[in-house]
Design a protein around this ligand. Structure first.
Ligand code: FMN
Length: 192
């Protein structure tokens, strides 16, 4: 099983990177082949809205997103991690999400091109605010949006209160995150 992580935080050693990497670690321990991408190391430009991807079956922007499109084709699952900025995903995460438009078929039905439909997805958010319910409406909405894109959304993970204690200092999270990653792999085997 191939799993890609995309870390949409500018901080390579921050809470979001830690969370995504722990999930991937759990998956790796169950035999998954994992790969992680840091937005801070990549050149990913915003969608131009040129619709060239609907005519030519390929995004016209020649940047690092092309590597991710290629990796996505081979992946069974994707873990997108984002810090909460002003109550929403980071700009880096939004740019990445917008660029997934290129993966949607020209007729929008089925929405995702065959090679991308039905991939498992974990959304991992980290927020400074300790109140786990404060952005619930946004998390529900975002889950729905990725479901409309035909991702099989397995989990929306929210790490709260990173202002007072960083994610890696929350000892209870170490096992929780690893279990989320291992479940991704074990669920696949339970269907065989
Ligand atoms: C520009 C900016 C905006 C933020 N907005 C919020 C917010 O609206 N709500 C919140 O709970 N935390 C907010 N935070 C805190 C981050 O979500 C939190 O510290 C997160 O864990 C950072 O992730 P990182 O360590 O991966 O960078 C904000 C941080 C920044 C830098």
């Amino acid at each position: 099983m191939k799993i890609i992580g995309f870390i949409a935080s500018p901080r390579k050693d921050g809470n979001t990177a830690w969370t995504v990497n722990k999930i991937l670690e759990g998956a790796k321990e169950e035999g998954a082949d994992t790969q992680v991408w840091y937005s801070s190391e990549l050149d990913i430009k915003p969608c131009k809205g040129c619709l060239s991807c609907k005519k030519n079956d390929k995004c016209a922007i020649n940047d690092d997103m092309q590597m991710i499109y290629d990796a996505l084709k081979l992946a069974d699952a994707l873990v997108i991690g984002s810090p909460i900025y002003m109550g929403q995903m980071s700009g880096q995460a939004k740019i990445f999400t917008d660029r997934l438009f290129a993966q949607i078929s020209p007729k929008f039905s089925p929405k995702f091109k065959e090679e991308n439909a039905g991939k498992k997805l974990i959304l991992a958010f980290t927020q400074g605010n300790p109140d786990s319910g404060i952005f619930q409406t946004y998390y529900d909405y975002t889950k729905k949006m990725f479901q409309l894109l035909e991702f099989d959304v397995k989990d929306v993970v929210v790490v709260t209160g990173t202002r007072s204690e960083s994610a890696n200092e929350k000892k209870e999270l170490h096992i929780v995150m690893k279990n989320i990653g291992s479940s991704l792999v074990l669920e696949q085997f339970s269907k065989l």
